[in-house]
Design a protein around this ligand. Structure first.
Ligand code: NAD
Length: 276
């Protein structure tokens, strides 16, 4: 039986096929939810980072959602821009009239490197997308969720970097630690409305973002992509990177009725990796 029938889920950063957001969209659609897939669909910075997907790619993700039998609404939205986030929520209200599940997945990693060499803008932009973007989406989407008086779910995609930061990833780690702290605080604020708020802490997930990070490390250390990749796999007891679906299955479970008594938690999805 489909567990999320009639529910509406909004997933940010869901525009890349093969990304975690798209996998979450498909997993929730397979459980019967209607899906809003949102993404900035454009370069947001001149700093060193992985390319963002195009609008056409987001539309393809929406079509794949529809193939699961769900309704899909693709939206261009910038989570760092309050007006853009408010417009996104208004469109969800117009189109579906409700919101049950918010997945804050949009995230970036920019210009990894030592603090003393990090461009100030890289720090600011990373905090802006990962932490402030999550805050703005919660702030402006929660009123629509509250309107329904049916409870709901907020699921924030943080990172294991929040707890076990690697060197040269200070901005990313700090931004994701902020997401976890926001998760724990917000969970207490809105538990009275039967809305749960949890975070996931993925480790290494096989996506374009991860491949970009592996290549960057290989270039910096004078190693091949395969050498860095093998070194990273060796640290994971389960012997592989996560697939986006591994994260998506956990989101689907947190979104389901089975997780109704769980809030304010941060769950590692790392294949057992215990060190940086
Ligand atoms: P990805 O680059 O495929 O997905 C991130 C998406 O966010 C992109 O589609 C991008 O366009 C979008 N985005 C960026 N800035 C935005 C903005 N201002 N507004 C709206 N959308 C914006 O990467 P992914 O690996 O699928 O990562 C998804 C999430 O998982 C991120 O939050 C990331 O930090 C987190 N994560 C990934 C890994 C990993 O190993 N891949 C590990 C831990 C956590």
């Amino acid at each position: 039986m489909k567990q999320l029938g009639h529910r509406v889920a909004l997933i940010t950063g869901a525009g890349r096929r093969g990304g975690i957001g798209a996998a979450i969209a498909l997993a929730l659609a397979q459980q019967g939810a209607h899906i809003v897939v949102a993404d900035i669909c454009a370069a947001q910075t001149e700093l060193l980072t992985v390319n963002n997907p195009a609008w056409e790619e987001l539309q393809t993700v929406a079509r794949e959602v529809e193939q699961c039998g769900a309704r899909a609404l693709p939206l261009r939205a910038d989570v760092t821009d309050a007006a853009s986030v408010q417009q996104m929520v208004e469109l969800v209200r117009e189109h579906f009239g409700r919101l049950d599940i918010l997945v804050n997945n949009a995230g970036i990693a920019i210009s990894p490197g030592p603090v003393v060499f990090m461009p100030d803008d890289a720090w600011r932009k990373t905090l802006d997308v990962n932490a402030t973007g999550t805050f703005l989406c919660c702030k402006y989407a929660l009123p629509l969720m509250l309107d329904g008086e049916r409870g709901g779910r907020v699921i924030n995609i943080a990172s294991i970097a929040s707890e076990r930061p690697k060197p040269n990833m200070s901005a990313y780690a700090a931004s994701k630690a902020a997401v976890v702290a926001l998760t724990r605080s917000l969970a207490q604020e809105i538990a009275q409305f039967n809305i749960t708020v949890n975070a996931l802490l993925p480790g290494d997930v096989e996506t374009a973002l991860k491949q970009w990070g592996v290549q960057l490390e290989a270039d910096a250390k004078g190693l091949t992509y395969d050498e860095v990749y093998a070194g990273q796999i060796a640290r994971i007891p389960l012997g592989r990177f996560a697939l986006p679906q591994d994260v998506a299955h956990m989101v689907a479970w947190l979104a389901s009725n089975k997780a109704s008594f769980i809030t304010g938690q941060a769950f590692a999805v790392t294949g057992g990796r215990e060190w940086t």
